[in-house]
Design a binder for this molecule. Structure first.
Ligand code: SF4
Length: 188
């Protein structure tokens, strides 16, 4: 962004005005607390557990009119003492962000466009492609003749927002197919 002299004076003037409020002795903490209170006024407080890793940090969730309106670390829980890592801190946007993709998107081979598809179409296609690959590539024995039943041509990649149970189910399903290469971002 390029600023001319006039813009620069406006921007720095606004910054100095904000700084001055606290520098002049105004205590801004009550104002901040009041703003936070407005968001959760009348909301039901629920203590919950972050599902994204086995640290199991506690979260204070606020629910209003059936909607999650705020999530924050629980300061009373001895394990996380109010802190959350980036994954836990993103809990609210996981449910509320306008950037969430809520429908399956498909990009055809060599295409540069995403197409919306329904879940039935997507699940059917994934199942068909996995079966084709497994039928063709499942390796029953290794070079020593030992049974391995492994499928090295399918790779499963999860997301940082798969919870513990989703990871367990995915792992079991992939192992049942013989898939040996899988990963997801479960690290903190
Ligand atoms: S993902 Fe982060 S916030 Fe959630 S339980 Fe693990 S360490 Fe805690």
């Amino acid at each position: 962004m390029q600023l001319n002299r006039r813009d620069f004076m406006k921007v720095t003037g606004a910054g100095i005005a904000c700084l001055s409020l606290s520098q002049l002795g105004f205590d801004l903490k009550p104002l901040k607390a009041y703003a936070a209170e407005l968001k959760i006024a009348g909301a039901k407080e629920v203590i919950s557990v972050c599902p994204f890793c086995s640290v199991s940090c506690h979260i204070i969730a606020h629910v209003k009119d059936g909607q999650l309106v705020s999530t924050e670390g629980d300061p009373d829980y001895p394990i996380n003492q109010g802190a959350l890592c980036a994954k836990g801190a993103a809990m609210l946007s996981l449910t509320r962000s306008s950037h969430r993709v809520t429908k399956p998107l498909y990009r055809a081979p060599n295409s540069d466009k995403w197409e919306e598809k329904d879940w039935g179409w997507v699940i059917d296609r994934i199942a068909r492609r996995v079966k084709e690959s497994r039928d063709k590539n499942l390796q029953l024995t290794n070079t020593k003749g030992q049974t391995v039943n492994r499928l090295e041509h399918v790779f499963a990649l999860g997301t940082s927002h798969m919870d513990n149970e989703e990871c367990a189910l995915t792992h079991q399903a992939m192992r049942a197919l013989g898939v040996v290469h899988m990963d997801h971002q479960a690290r903190i």
